[in-house]
Write a protein that binds this ligand. Structure first.
Ligand code: 0RA
Length: 644
């Protein structure tokens, strides 16, 4: 309930409002959630501060280190948090404390004091390092500034003593080290790959900025550095690195004024999917928004206008948005002063001015490029015309198959063992490799809510095929009818017959090959399934450990070692599973299918994208990439013999 404040300055109230209790009481409001995603958000908040310093022109490098004890430090060479004293109200009294302490303990002091300068603050919730402090068991901040090194420590947001000078230095910058509070977070185990993916993205989005990542945890030692002098141009080239491209060089467009900045990098490849990523203030705006709308509208218009003006397209013919985006890889990155984030996950940019600003940037940039490079322009227009024709043909093929009842028939595929519950909110379907594992899964499942669809052998690699070819493949047809949600432009999530689609493949090279094929199919033809989190990978155990009557399972080598330790290694028998088929129906249920004991890995867009990429590497037109991939991944193919 909101209280009326009757004009009087009530210091105690303000103290309560500004204190960190609200953050600890409702962490989700500030970092989205308290799961793994929320946990990593803590790192992003501190890194955002370093990026802000870089955008303001004072910082060139940032280092994230996961320490041996599981805490994380973020070090930057920015100006350092100001150390001067400020007057604040603490427990109803006016007192002087350092600016460092104010920044660390006052929610609304997160922003830079003063103002002036070019400052577009990132951060999903814009509350930054204060929130990290509130949600950490302990946090230590070190500031190097004006020749001195300062330090202050906090426990659960509460300062343990005032900021102190602890030495001299000729550097400047800030180091924040924090231990996430286990009372707040469901897990406090940071994931190297998650951090790496985000830091690489930050480096791509801020050209010239160096980001180091170090993992110092026992047994997980690792380190990497990211720095891209061509920024999002390097990003686009990276995304296309396994593909044949159309323009001799990726196109870069930049427009900057006092209040905002627009950057676009784009390149076409010979594939059929569209990969456009839009960012606002370094945040991946997954739900799109005005910047993406402006880009798409302008792209369709520029290419149609050029095609008409140069008699490549008849006056009354028109290329659709999908036609001009086929095979397009693009990054749109905008930076602006007061970003409005909307949508369910607050990742949709709402600022209406960005629509016209981005549209104008693209119209000018791409328009000029097409005028100046008629050969490339013609190739591009012909490609989009081919796309339009193919789309028309695919539509015909789809209409035909639809009439024949392939896509929308009620007849479910014969191999499908459906579940009895018909409410899609409760049900799941296992896609299982091979009839034999399929048989075991059918016997082991809980038939009330688990359906089994066995696939025979490999499915088609859909990457180089258009819809009509894809629809000829029996395994794919079986999946389409079983899922019920249609594909491509006809995809309709509300018709999906299962909440979870679980790929259950052997834990070996062939198994991961099949999983990659499945993900490539979903990625290209049922992408919302992945975006909405419906796709999972089952995790069968790698080892069975028996000692007398006691049986345990291990899902990884470290887990095997730990379990063997726990069981007192003597007399343990270890069996390495080579495939699902080696398990009995009870073992399969217990280890891989029972909701109580199983581990499911939710497939993210990043995973799917990687799968798609692996495919172009393995199957694509560039043999040298293929060779490199196989060399780098040869260890996957080695088998390990265990001798206990
Ligand atoms: C407040 C004001 C200024 C910088 C910062 C905070 C700042 C915070 C963090 C957190 C991590 N690294 C940081 N670097 C800087 C402006 C400083 C000035 O005007 O001198």
């Amino acid at each position: 309930m909101e209280e009326k404040v009757n004009g009087s300055y009530d210091a105690d109230k303000i103290q309560v409002l500004e204190g960190l209790d609200p953050v600890r009481k409702r962490p989700g409001m500030y970092i989205g959630s308290t799961d793994e995603r929320g946990l990593h958000h803590l790192i992003w908040e501190v890194v955002d501060n370093a990026v802000d310093e870089a955008l303001a022109g004072y910082c060139t490098e940032c280092t994230v280190e996961v320490q041996r004890d599981g805490s994380v430090s973020v070090t930057d060479n920015g100006r350092g948090i100001p150390v001067g004293e400020k007057k604040i109200v603490k427990n109803g009294k006016e007192v002087m404390v350092s600016a460092v302490e104010v920044v660390m303990t006052h929610l609304h002091a997160g922003g830079k004091f003063g103002g002036g300068g070019y400052n577009v603050s990132g951060g999903l919730h814009g509350v930054g390092v204060t929130v990290v402090n509130a949600l950490s068991e302990w946090l230590e901040v070190e500031v190097a500034r004006d020749g001195r090194l300062y330090r202050q420590r906090f426990n659960r947001g509460v300062p343990q003593r005032a900021l102190a000078v602890i030495g001299k230095t000729d550097k400047c910058g800030t180091k924040v080290t924090f231990m996430p509070d286990p009372d707040i977070f469901e897990t406090t185990d940071f994931n190297y790959d998650t951090i790496k993916t985000r830091l690489r993205e930050v480096a791509y989005l801020n050209k010239g900025f160096t980001v180091n990542l170090i993992d110092s945890r026992d047994g997980r030692e690792n380190s990497e550095t990211f720095r891209y002098d061509r920024g999002i141009l390097d990003f686009v080239d990276h995304l296309n690195r396994t593909k044949e491209t159309i323009f001799p060089q990726s196109l870069y467009i930049e427009k900057m004024n006092d209040d905002n900045e627009v950057e676009i990098a784009m390149q076409y490849n010979d594939g059929y999917s569209e990969n456009i990523y839009a960012y606002a203030n370094n945040i991946n705006t997954e739900e799109g928004g005005t910047h993406l709308d402006g880009f798409r509208n302008a792209l369709t218009k520029v290419i149609n206008d050029y095609a008409h003006a140069n008699n490549l397209l008849k006056d009354d013919d028109k290329l659709s948005g999908e036609d001009v985006r086929e095979g397009l890889t693009a990054i749109i990155s905008v930076k602006l002063k007061n970003p409005q984030f909307e949508g369910q996950t607050k990742t949709k940019l709402g600022n209406s001015e960005m629509r016209t600003i981005v549209a104008k940037a693209l119209t000018d940039g791409l328009g000029t490029y097409l005028e100046e490079n008629p050969a490339e322009a013609k190739e591009l227009v012909l490609k989009t015309i081919t796309a339009a024709r193919a789309r028309a043909e695919a539509r015909k093929a789809r209409d035909l198959t639809r009439r024949k009842g392939v896509l929308e028939s009620n007849a479910l595929p014969g191999k499908l063992a459906d579940c009895t519950d018909k409410d899609p909110a409760h049900t799941e379907i296992y896609i299982v490799e091979g009839d034999s594992a399929g048989g075991t899964a059918k016997q082991g499942r809980d038939r009330r809510f688990q359906a089994i669809l066995p696939l025979r052998g490999k499915i088609l690699n859909v990457q180089k095929a258009r819809l009509n070819r894809v629809l000829e493949n029996a395994e794919i047809k079986a999946m389409i009818t079983a899922f019920g949600c249609g594909i491509g432009d006809d995809f309709d999530e509300s018709k999906l017959r299962y909440d979870k689609i679980i790929c259950m493949t052997d834990a070996d090279v062939d198994g991961s090959h099949i999983r990659i094929l499945l993900l490539t199919f979903f990625f290209n033809f049922m992408r919302p399934l992945i975006e909405k989190g419906h796709v999972y990978s089952a995790m069968p155990p790698l080892y069975k450990i028996s000692k007398g009557k006691r049986v345990e399972y291990a899902y990884s080598d470290p887990e095997l070692a730990a379990k063997l330790d726990g069981m007192g290694r003597k007399g343990c028998e270890v069996q390495r599973y080579k495939g699902l088929g080696e398990m009995s129906k009870d073992q399969l249920w217990e280890t891989t299918m029972s909701p109580e004991h199983r581990t499911l890995i939710q497939i993210t867009m990043e995973d799917a994208f990687e799968a798609d990429e692996i495919f172009s590497t393995l199957m694509g037109d560039q043999p040298e990439l293929r060779r490199k991939f196989i060399e780098e991944n040869a260890k996957l193919i080695e088998t390990k013999d265990l001798d206990v």
